[in-house]
Design a protein around this ligand. Structure first.
Ligand code: DPM
Length: 360
């Protein structure tokens, strides 16, 4: 009988009574996001211990330069990937939108959790409480260092001014409230919600005001691609609908060769097995833009009813064993086709001018 007891100490994923080390950035938002993923993993694996390892990344250290100007694609992810590679951590929690559309070889996104509100939101200086971007006085200064937000909002609200603001969420809110530099700042609604700052959201920007960033509002778990045990453990966190939306968005961005140094935006809806992807590119000042919507049928039932092996096929860096492979292929194709459509209408010119100006 002793053997039975011993076998029980090894779970279905092959772990003995071991500690799983989870890498995260040091910011409060990163910690909150990581805690929520660890909580979900603990509920499903009550016999395992989880240890959180917080590291600072280039993106956390360089606070005086606009993100888009630093020119490093894996600004928030490289140090964490190094730790994964050296086996110092077993998985890393990121905001999906900070993960490049091509990951370095040997890494994969093993889980994408259910997306929260993907939209951007406006937080106003207390003296402007109750206003919206439409009703702020002319020449009011709005803080954001996202080229995507600036381009769209300049176009929509030419009477307002836009200026860079950096730092983590705490720093930005403090700057807004305690100084007179900004009348409002624009941030992702999901980040504000996770920080418990819903009450500061004065306006949620609808897709007609501002399309969101690829992957915005979704959390991703990055792992070593060959580490089957960890991959199996985290893969139960995948939310099928979010996976399909994000594959389409990332394929769109990858095909346009976009990163955070060019203004690219999306809006994705999955309804009645139809995936609708809206994508847009902008010149830096928003004066030029191209926007199109395409749709594709996707079967989003869970994996079981399809033949053939699906193991370890990555789509734009994502390994989702429990999401129907044909639906993943359809989502990726949709993103590529939408990018092709925009390229046929002149997107390359808009993006190359934006890249040049941004690097100037
Ligand atoms: C990326 C951008 C920003 C972050 C560019 C963009 C915003 C930069 C800025 C790629 N990553 O959105 O056009 O405002 O100066 C980031 C945030 C979150 C993940 C903060 C935010 C939280 C929300 C989420 C920074 N990354 O956008 O307000 O999980 O999507």
């Amino acid at each position: 009988m002793a053997e039975v007891v011993l076998q029980h100490s090894q779970d279905k994923n092959g772990f003995k009574n071991q500690t799983i080390r989870v890498g995260t950035r040091k910011s409060q938002l990163a910690r909150i996001q990581t805690d929520s993923v660890v909580q979900m993993l603990k509920e499903r694996n009550p016999h395992l211990c989880f240890e959180i390892v917080a590291l600072s990344t280039t993106g956390d250290k360089i606070l005086d330069t606009a993100l888009s100007k630093i020119g490093e694609k894996s600004l928030f992810t490289k140090e964490l990937e190094n730790a994964l590679e050296r086996n110092e951590v077993d998985l890393v929690v990121h905001s999906l939108k900070d993960l490049p559309t091509s990951l370095p070889p040997g890494f994969t996104i093993g889980a994408i959790c259910k997306r929260e509100n993907p939209n951007d939101a406006v937080v106003f200086h207390p003296k402007h409480a109750g206003k919206t971007l439409h009703t702020l006085p002319e020449k009011s200064v709005i803080g954001t260092s996202s080229l995507r937000r600036t381009a769209q909002l300049k176009r929509k609200f030419p009477q307002l001014q836009f200026r860079d603001i950096r730092g983590n969420l705490n720093t930005r809110l403090k700057k807004l409230d305690e100084e007179e530099d900004f009348s409002a700042i624009v941030l992702a609604a999901a980040g504000l919600r996770r920080m418990g700052w819903d009450s500061r959201i004065g306006q949620v920007l609808s897709p007609t005001d501002c399309l969101y960033a690829v992957g915005q509002g979704a959390l991703a778990v990055e792992v070593r691609a060959r580490d089957q045990e960890i991959l199996n453990m985290v893969s139960v966190l995948h939310d099928g609908e979010t996976v399909l939306c994000c594959i389409a968005e990332r394929a769109f961005m990858k095909h346009l060769e976009g990163g955070c140094s060019v203004p690219i935006a999306v809006n994705t809806v999955l309804k009645d097995f139809q995936l609708y992807l809206t994508g847009a590119v902008y010149s830096l000042d928003g004066s030029e833009s191209l926007q199109e919507t395409m749709q594709a049928s996707v079967n989003c039932f869970p994996q079981e009813n399809e033949d053939g092996p699906s193991d370890d096929i990555q789509h734009v860096g994502i390994t989702a064993k429990n999401v129907l492979p044909s639906a993943q292929v359809a989502a990726e194709k949709l993103g590529i086709e939408l990018a092709e459509l925009l390229l046929s209408k002149g997107a390359e010119h808009i993006l190359s001018v934006a890249r040049q100006l941004n690097n100037a």
